[in-house]
Design a protein around this ligand. Structure first.
Ligand SMILES: [Zn+2]
Ligand SMILES: [Zn+2]
Length: 480
C-alpha cells in the first residue's frame, strides 16, 4: 500500500493496488494521479449516484479460493440505464472487475486475445463469435459514459469518459470487449457470479441502502414526477428508469432531478390485478412490486408482467396470462442455442423444444424498471418448453436475454401478497379489446349457420355480443 497526500485538500489517499493509476480523494473528490515521484490533481470526479447496490468500497469476498476486496468503482450510463464496475484487488496482487448491472454480477480479468477480435460494429446480439477458442454468443452492445467514480482505478477516467462495450456469454462464462481505446478492444474474461457464491462480506444492509439512496435524492423512496407533479413511490431509486403511473412520462432518475425522456400521449391508466407498491412475502423474504407492464403479441393477445424487488435478493418477474401465472427470472448461465432459427435450446443436459416465436410490444408501463421501458418497445421472443419449465430468449438488435419461468397457482400468488385490498384488485381483461375480439369470434362461429337457418336465437346472440362489448367498454381495462 502507498499513501499520498491529496494535492487538493491534504487528506490521505490510499493506493492499495500497484496497478492503480488514479484514486479519488474520499474527502474532496479530487482525482489524484500518482506519477513516478509526483502526485497530480486531475480535477474533481463526479460523485457516484447512490443507487441500491449492496456493494461498497471495502466489500470483500472469495472467488475460486482467492480472496479479493473492492478498491474502486466507476459508474457508467448508457441508453437503457446504468451499471457499476467495481475494481477488485485480489490477495495475490492481481486485479479484476466486478460488473454489477440490474442485479446481475460478473467477475472478469483482462487477458490477451489469442486471435483477432471482432470490430464493435460487427457484433450483433444473438450471433456467435470465437474468442480465445471458445464460442460465445453476443449478449449486448452499448455505448456508455462514465458518470462518477470512487476509490482506486487503473486508468485515468473522469466526467465525459466514454467507451463502447460488447458483452458475450457462453454458459456461465462471460466476456467483455472494451473499445475505449479505439477499434482494438481489450478482452476481459470471467464468469457470471452471485454475491452469495463469493461469500461476500461488508456489504451494505437494507437500512444503509435506503438511507443513502434517500439522502442523495433528498427524499426517501419517492420523487415528484417532473411532468405532472404527482408523487411516485415504489422505490424509484432502485433503478434509473421510471414510468410515471399517473401521466406515463418516461423518466431518467439517474440524476438528482429526474429528467423527462418522453411524454406519453396515452395517459389512460390500466387496472392490474396486482397494484404497484404491493408487497409479497415469500418464505422469509419480503418483495415489493415496483413496476408493472402490459405487453401484447402480434395477434393482439396480451399479458401483464410485474417486477418484484428485494434489496438483498434482487429482482424477479411475475407474469399473468390468460393461462395463469408464472414466476420468471433472468438467467446468468445461458442455454446452448445453435442459432435464432434453431428449434431447441438446452441447458444442464435438458433439451427445451421451441413453442413459439413472436414480437412482443409494450402497451403500457408504470413504476420502476431495471432497464428503460416505454410503451411501443418491441422485442422478439423465442419460447421453449420442457415439462413445466419454460425458457424465453428476448432479442433486440442490441441485446439478448434469457429467462426461465415456472408456473405458479393463483392461490399461491394470493398467499404471497395477502388479501390486502391494495394488493389484489379486481381482475381486468388480459388486454384492451380482447373481449371485443372474443365477441366477434363468437359471432363468426355462431352466425354462419344462422345465416342459413335464421331463427330467434340470433336475437339472443346479438344481445349477448352487445352485452360483452358494452361490459368491456364500461368496465374494461381503462380506469374511469
Ligand atoms: Zn482531497
Ligand atoms: Zn407524471
Amino acid at each position: 500500500m502507498q499513501i499520498v497526500a491529496c494535492p487538493s485538500c491534504g487528506a490521505q489517499v490510499q493506493f492499495k493496488s500497484h496497478a492503480s493509476v488514479v484514486a479519488v480523494c474520499e474527502y474532496c473528490r479530487a482525482t489524484v494521479m500518482k506519477d513516478a515521484d509526483a502526485v497530480k490533481d486531475l480535477g474533481k470526479m463526479s460523485a457516484v449516484l447512490e443507487d441500491y447496490t449492496r456493494l461498497q468500497i471495502g466489500s470483500a469476498g472469495t472467488l475460486a479460493g482467492r480472496g479479493f476486496s473492492v478498491v474502486g468503482r466507476i459508474q457508467l450510463k448508457y441508453a437503457a440505464g446504468m451499471w457499476n464496475e467495481w475494481y477488485l484487488l485480489f490477495d495475490d496482487g492481481a486485479t479484476g472487475w466486478l460488473g454489477d448491472s440490474s442485479g446481475q454480477y460478473t467477475v472478469t480479468t483482462a487477458m490477451d486475445a489469442t486471435s483477432a477480435l471482432p470490430a464493435f460494429e460487427d457484433i450483433v446480439a444473438g450471433r456467435h463469435y470465437n474468442i480465445n477458442d471458445e464460442r460465445f454468443t453476443a449478449a449486448e452492445t452499448r455505448s456508455a459514459s462514465c458518470i462518477g467514480g470512487q476509490g482506486e482505478l487503473p486508468f485515468k477516467v473522469g466526467a465525459g469518459w466514454q467507451t463502447r462495450v460488447a458483452d458475450l456469454r457462453h454458459g456461465s462464462a462471460f466476456v467483455t470487449l472494451d473499445y475505449a481505446d479505439g477499434d482494438t478492444p481489450v478482452l476481459y474474461k470471467g464468469l457470471a457470479v452471485t454475491l452469495e457464491q463469493m461469500q461476500c462480506q461488508l456489504l451494505r444492509d437494507d437500512e444503509q441502502i435506503r438511507q443513502t439512496a434517500g439522502r442523495y435524492r433528498g427524499r426517501l423512496e419517492a420523487l415528484d414526477c417532473p411532468s405532472c407533479g404527482s408523487a411516485i413511490g415504489y422505490l424509484p431509486g432502485v433503478t434509473t428508469s421510471l414510468v410515471c403511473p399517473a401521466c406515463q412520462a418516461v423518466l431518467d432518475a439517474s440524476t438528482p432531478q429526474a429528467q423527462i425522456l418522453a411524454q406519453s400521449a396515452n395517459v389512460t391508466g390500466v387496472r392490474t390485478t396486482l397494484a404497484l407498491g404491493a408487497t409479497a412475502t415469500i418464505g422469509k423474504v419480503t418483495w415489493q412490486l415496483i413496476g408493472a407492464m402490459t405487453r401484447a403479441d402480434d395477434e393482439g393477445s396480451g399479458w401483464t408482467e410485474y417486477l418484484l424487488y428485494n434489496t438483498a435478493a434482487g429482482f424477479f418477474w411475475l407474469v399473468e396470462t390468460d393461462q395463469g401465472w408464472s414466476r420468471s427470472a433472468v438467467m446468468a448461465s445461458w442455454p446452448e442455442w445453435a442459432s435464432v432459427k434453431a428449434d431447441s435450446a438446452s441447458i444442464d443436459q435438458v433439451s427445451f423444444r421451441k413453442l413459439y416465436d413472436y414480437p412482443a410490444t409494450v402497451q403500457w408501463a408504470a413504476g420502476a424498471f431495471n432497464w428503460r421501458v416505454a410503451a411501443g418497445d418491441v422485442v422478439r421472443v423465442f419460447e421453449f418448453e420442457s415439462g413445466q419449465t419454460r425458457l424465453a430468449a428476448e432479442l433486440t438488435g442490441e441485446e439478448l436475454t434469457w429467462s426461465r419461468s415456472t408456473p405458479v397457482a393463483f392461490d399461491q400468488v394470493r398467499s404471497w401478497f395477502g388479501d390486502t385490498p391494495a394488493a389484489i384488485a379486481p381482475k381486468k381483461p388480459p388486454s384492451t379489446g380482447s373481449a371485443t375480439r372474443f365477441a366477434l369470434w363468437i359471432l363468426g362461429l355462431n352466425a354462419i349457420p344462422l345465416l342459413f337457418n335464421f331463427s330467434g336465437t340470433i336475437f339472443w346472440v346479438v344481445i349477448a355480443i352487445v352485452a360483452i362489448y358494452l361490459s368491456e367498454h364500461f368496465f374494461g381495462a381503462k380506469n374511469p
